[in-house]
Design a protein around this ligand. Structure first.
Ligand code: SF4
Length: 291
């Protein structure tokens, strides 16, 4: 597998949705494929998740169907998902106005966007903030665009209802590459994004995925990572969603995801077709809880 250039991948996905190639768009759209309740969501309690089409990374353990991750709008998966949306959200890509009309009827306190990756649709998020009066707009992101583009956050600074959760994939460049499929040159992007968000005063949480294969406490670079995060924000440890360390290592039922988990060495498949996980989740959990 050759390593992904996430800027190129992201631009291709935006092109499939908008017709032009760009890392992010200022059009007032947020292309969602699913709406679902989420119990005890990260830092926001019970919320409704709005799941966005497309991502500029390709994580082995991602639960999003591969056809939705690459915005294959001709696929049956995509068409079925859109047809299952509430009627008022079926015109794809959804405009911020259509989303706001839907939210305002439900009077949601937190509107949570998640993967795919919401940040390529900057214009949609900003327009939504203009329309939504009281709700928090919570954005789960891999941080790549925030890290790469110095002016990315500028329009968000005009609003006080955005909150972010940065997803950190792995504690080393090699772990990052293996999880995300992306060139290891980008492994610092979540840390840079976290720093920019904290400097700009945004309430920001952290979700961390660890490579639990052959986990050895004494060799683990988690300590260094925590030190690094604490240099950015002395209270960083309070912002970490530790359970993500465990949850995200399961991989999911889609064939495409199975293939990625095997190709990247997290799983093998037995002759009988059973998934054999090489992860040491129990030991990792004990270690994390002892921190
Ligand atoms: S960054 Fe998130 S949405 Fe994108 S591939 Fe990884 S887990 Fe999936």
């Amino acid at each position: 597998m050759s390593d992904i250039d996430p800027i190129r991948l992201g631009a291709g996905i935006v092109k499939r949705i908008t017709g032009y190639s760009a890392s992010f768009t200022n059009e007032p759209i947020i292309p969602i494929y699913n709406v679902r309740p989420y119990k005890n969501s990260n830092q926001w309690g019970d919320t409704i998740m709005y799941e966005v089409v497309g991502c500029n990374e390709d994580c082995a353990h991602c639960y999003v169907h591969p056809n939705l991750l690459i915005a294959n709008t001709n696929s049956d998966t995509f068409k079925k998902k859109i047809s299952n949306l509430p009627k008022s959200l079926q015109a794809f890509p959804q405009t911020s106005e259509a989303l706001n009309n839907y939210f305002s009827k439900r009077k949601e306190a937190v509107i949570e966007f998640t993967g795919g990756e919401p940040t390529p649709f900057r214009g949609g998020l900003i327009k939504l903030a203009e329309l939504v009066q009281d709700a928090t707009i919570a954005i789960n992101t891999n941080g790549l665009l925030i890290s790469e583009y110095d002016d990315y956050l500028e329009p968000f600074k005009n609003f006080n209802n955005f909150e972010f959760l940065i997803s950190i994939k792995g504690t080393t460049p090699e772990d990052f590459r293996r999880f995300t499929g992306v060139k290891s040159d980008y492994w610092e992007s979540p840390f840079k994004a976290y720093e920019k968000l904290i400097d700009a005063g945004f309430k920001t949480h952290l979700g961390i995925t660890l490579d639990t294969i052959g986990f050895k406490e004494e060799e683990n670079s988690l300590y260094e990572m925590i030190e690094r995060l604490e240099k950015i924000n002395p209270n960083a440890i309070k912002d970490i969603t530790w359970d993500k360390i465990i949850d995200q290592m399961w991989g999911h039922k889609f064939v495409g995801t199975h293939k990625k988990m095997v190709e990247r060495g997290y799983w093998t498949i037995s002759d009988q077709g059973k998934v054999i996980r090489h992860t040491n989740i129990k030991k990792t959990k004990e270690f994390v809880e002892s921190l």
